[in-house]
Design a protein around this ligand. Structure first.
Ligand SMILES: CC(C)(COP(=O)(O)OP(=O)(O)OC[C@H]1O[C@@H](n2cnc3c(N)ncnc32)[C@H](O)[C@@H]1OP(=O)(O)O)[C@@H](O)C(=O)NCCC(=O)NCCS
Length: 162
């Protein structure tokens, strides 16, 4: 079941994000800070996926507000390793895209370090930039280009835009 994130979910979301070594180990206060620090114009929203009462996934989406470029949507979904391959990531992704389109996103950006993430994004029209060999994920980092294909994201493991 996918539903909107609530404050009481922060602990479980953080625990889910710590189930593997990965580049996004956010603490419970960090999860809440992400939500609470966004300005209204970001139209930020988070979702959780539960399976028999257990938190198995999480997603976040917002409009990027730190750039002059209009309509850039930023999204990310995460599913705990044991629950992958059961279309939970797809469901979370669909919530993010639906929301971002509804609030005016013209370009979507994301990043990944898993084969599933590459496949999920590629199937939905995302384009990745240069593949790098170093990084914490099993497939290395994938660098990314910005929405107009000219800027590289540098620090982010992988971002793709369409
Ligand atoms: C990306 C992620 C959320 C996918 O979650 P998931 O629940 O396993 O994904 P789904 O079961 O919905 O599958 C989505 C697609 O990826 C494919 N896929 C999933 N795991 C895969 C794998 N290990 N290898 C290849 N393809 C895979 C599925 O077949 C599906 O494609 P389809 O629509 O052609 O069937 C998950 O791998 C994850 O948490 N990765 C780390 C976070 C991340 O990188 N997020 C970025 C995406 S926004």
């Amino acid at each position: 079941m996918i539903r909107d994130f609530e404050t009481a979910d922060a602990e479980a979301v953080s625990a889910a994000l710590h189930e593997e070594e990965l580049p996004h180990p956010v603490t419970p206060p960090g999860v809440l800070h992400w939500r609470d620090a966004q300005p209204e114009r970001a139209r930020a929203r988070m979702w959780v996926a539960e399976d028999e009462g257990r938190m198995v996934g999480w997603a976040e989406a917002r409009l990027r507000w730190t750039t002059k470029a209009a309509g850039i949507g930023d999204l990310w979904a995460y599913v705990v390793p044991a629950a992958r391959g059961r279309e939970i990531g797809q469901g979370l992704y669909e919530e993010t895209e639906r929301h971002l389109r509804a609030v005016g996103a013209l370009v979507l950006e994301s990043w990944t370090y898993t084969r599933g993430g590459e496949r999920l994004l590629a199937l939905r029209g995302f384009r990745a930039g240069t593949r790098l060999t170093a990084g914490p994920g099993p497939h290395g980092h994938v660098d990314a280009r910005g929405p107009r294909g000219q800027e590289r994201s540098g620090g982010l493991p992988c971002r793709a835009a369409r």
